[in-house]
Each structure stands twice: as structure tokens, then as C-alpha cells.
Design a protein around this ligand. Structure first.
Ligand code: 3PG
Length: 210
């Protein structure tokens, strides 16, 4: 069975989870430190680059106050790789029974992605009560997610995809939203120029949303 309680306790600790796509330890560590200093202690590093696992490993060792998750988990083998690197939770853009079972076997808190009521019901049948709503804005946004709360009151969501600080505030006001995720907290140009002051400011703004 999925470990909903472990996942909930991670997700409820922050209003916003920055979704990071980084090339390795060198970029990841100062960025993770900056975000944690700004009050965002839960981070998702997507497995979209060759250096993603190294980045997770480095953050796990060098930024002890960060709770680090692996994102874009698409295969069973990525579950064990991410956990071995130091990830303490896993996020996927989608939801398959195979991934759900493998995550449960690995005892990894797992946040599967859903975009429809049927997908959410499918994951609920497998014991998942906490879901990523992805891609949140293209899939229907705030009104869509609000509409799911009446028929599916037992489900809680972390919307991600196309969100900014203004939309984040509206999502967080919904009864079925525990936190939101997104990459807007770490703009590409700020990363490129090492503008940590800008990222600290954005992180503080997000951390004070709730
Ligand atoms: C993703 O998996 O890319 C995340 O959902 C981030 O989406 P965003 O870049 O639109 O915030």
C-alpha cells in the first residue's frame, strides 16, 4: 500500500515545491541552499538530465535541511536509483499501476500525476489519496481542480504545471490542495547568471504564501 501519511507530512510542510532541472552537483548545491535559506525546504529534482542523480546525491549530503525528491520518475529502475541517491520521495508526471506497485515495494512516498477524474479514481483504487494534478493549467486549472473536490473529497492534490506566484495563491485556497509545485521559483536567467538574491526573494515570497 502507498505511504500516504509520509507523503502528506512532507507536502504539508511547505506551500510551494520548486521543480528543479539541473545539470549536476555544481549547479544544484548552491541552488538548494538558496531555496532552503529562503524557506522552501522541500525540493524536487527532475530526472531529465544526465547529472540529475548526482545532483540529488550532492544535495542529500551537503544541504541537510533540504527534503529532496526525485521528479519525472517514469520507470521502475529510476525508483531504486533515486532512492539510492538520497531521494526521500518520488514524483511522476503520470500514474501507472506498475510504478505505483514498485514505489510501494520500495516503501517510497510516491506522488503520481493525474489529469482527469478517472485517472484520480484509478490511483485512489490503488490506495493513493495524495496526487499531483499535472499539467495543472493546460488540464483545466483552478476551476477544474475545484470541481473535483465535491465528487472526490477524499483526494488531495499538488497541482503543478504552468503555475506562477499569483495562481499559486488561488490554488492554495482550494480545500483539496496541500501545496503546489513549479519551476517559476528558479527562472532560467537567474540560474544562468547566478542571481541568488533574486531566487532567495522568490523563495521567500513563495514560503509566505501560507
Ligand atoms: C514539470 O514537471 O515540468 C513541472 O510540472 C514544472 O512545470 P512548470 O515548469 O510549468 O512549473
Amino acid at each position: 500500500m502507498p505511504n500516504n501519511d509520509a507523503l502528506l507530512s512532507i507536502l504539508k510542510s511547505v506551500p510551494v515545491i520548486p521543480v528543479l532541472t539541473v545539470n549536476g552537483a555544481e549547479d544544484a548545491v548552491p541552488l538548494a541552499r538558496t531555496l532552503v535559506d529562503g524557506g522552501l525546504t522541500v525540493l524536487e529534482v527532475t530526472l531529465r538530465t544526465d547529472g540529475a542523480l548526482k545532483a540529488i546525491e550532492a544535495i542529500a549530503h551537503e544541504v541537510p535541511d533540504a527534503v529532496i525528491g526525485a521528479g519525472t520518475v517514469l520507470t521502475e529502475s529510476q525508483i531504486s536509483e533515486a532512492m539510492s541517491a538520497g531521494a526521500t520521495f518520488l514524483v511522476s508526471p503520470g500514474s501507472t499501476p506498475k510504478l505505483s506497485q514498485a514505489a510501494a515495494l520500495a516503501k517510497a512516498p510516491f506522488l503520481p500525476g493525474v489529469a482527469t477524474a478517472s485517472e484520480a479514481m484509478g490511483m485512489a483504487e490503488m490506495g493513493h489519496h495524495v496526487l499531483k494534478f499535472f499539467p495543472a493549467e493546460p488540464a483545466g486549472g483552478i476551476n477544474y481542480l475545484k470541481s473535483l473536490s465535491a465528487p472526490l473529497p477524499h483526494l488531495t492534490f499538488c497541482p503543478t504545471g504552468g503555475i506562477d506566484v499569483v495562481k499559486a495563491k488561488s490554488y492554495l485556497a482550494l480545500s483539496n490542495v496541500i501545496c503546489v509545485g513549479g519551476s517559476w521559483v528558479t527562472p532560467a536567467e537567474a540560474l544562468k547568471s547566478g542571481d541568488w538574491a533574486r531566487i532567495t526573494q522568490l523563495a521567500r515570497e513563495c514560503a509566505s504564501l501560507r
